[in-house]
Write a new protein. Sequence first.
Length: 195
Amino acid sequence: MEGGGINHVDELFTEFTLVQNELDKYNNFWYIWELFEDKIVEICQSRNNYNTNQVVQAYLFALNPHNIIWEKGSKDWHTLKPQNQRFFKRMAKEIGHCPSTLYSIAKLLTSVGSSYLSDGIGWIANMLRKNRNLWSDPLEYDTVYYIETLMRKYIFENSQKIKKEQKAKEDVIEILNFLIEKGLAMGYMLRERVL
């Protein structure tokens, strides 16, 4: 992945994911997957390659061309277990400044990573708090849609938790303020439900 050598890395990651879906070699997959982590962080920090967004999306399981890996609407995947939340939390922290990371995490939480939703709200809220560029930079198409979708679900399923736990409430309000800033009227309505 040196210099201009990341042109097809997104395709490589997609192929790895496709093969893992078929073979289900959990330990082998995550061993190899995490070997790429430092390089992904490096290319996100350099921001000098046109293909970075697609690489990040493929690495964070948001790229699923023609639904070849898992079917549209899938809510889980045998390779995403509770212990893998640490990986996504780390990625949200280390490359959270990249709009493609925000997109990928939001899409993951509305699809095969939906079991991570409760913790994922915190990841997204922290990304938005620490990376103010996300409020003004151009976002990947459908980022706001995925965030709105996961917020509706989270608020519906956790309204009591949000009212009782200060951290949960702060995270939800941070994300809803972001949606409002992006012009989503639904953000106002959802915020009124939790205040």
